[in-house]
Design a protein. Sequence first.
Length: 155
Amino acid sequence: MEQRNLYGTSARFQGEQPRNIHLGMDFWCASGTSVMAPLDGKVHSFANNSDDGNYGPTIILEHQNPVSTFYTLYGHLSLESIVGLNPGQYITKGDAFAFLGAPEINVGYAPHLHFQLIIDMGKYQGDYPGVCSSNEILYYSKNCPNPNLLLGYDA
């Protein structure tokens, strides 16, 4: 839920209510860095979201616990990360299942992982908003809770 000015440079985030509030957690690492699954899950969907301001190659995993289903999104990956994937493919906690992409692959962004929790995917496949406008905070703060609830990351 961090407001970021960098989204003002892309038409993707403009409109009546500009979108500039980041919904995930970013991990800045070198391109080629392995992405490991924080939990057991299965591939929900994936895509190369290569339009300006988007994620580039993206994988969404589905996770189930006794009470609910939720999703994790991994954006700004390498193209190789989505080759050979299949919806429903099982991913084990700790598996290196993807790699960070270079700027020319992930739509010009410096190499990093965008990690996001999502409660309800709706009809989205291979993509989900990672940035919202101020008038959408109430919905997205509930549907995309702080990823640190899962990761317990201490910087």
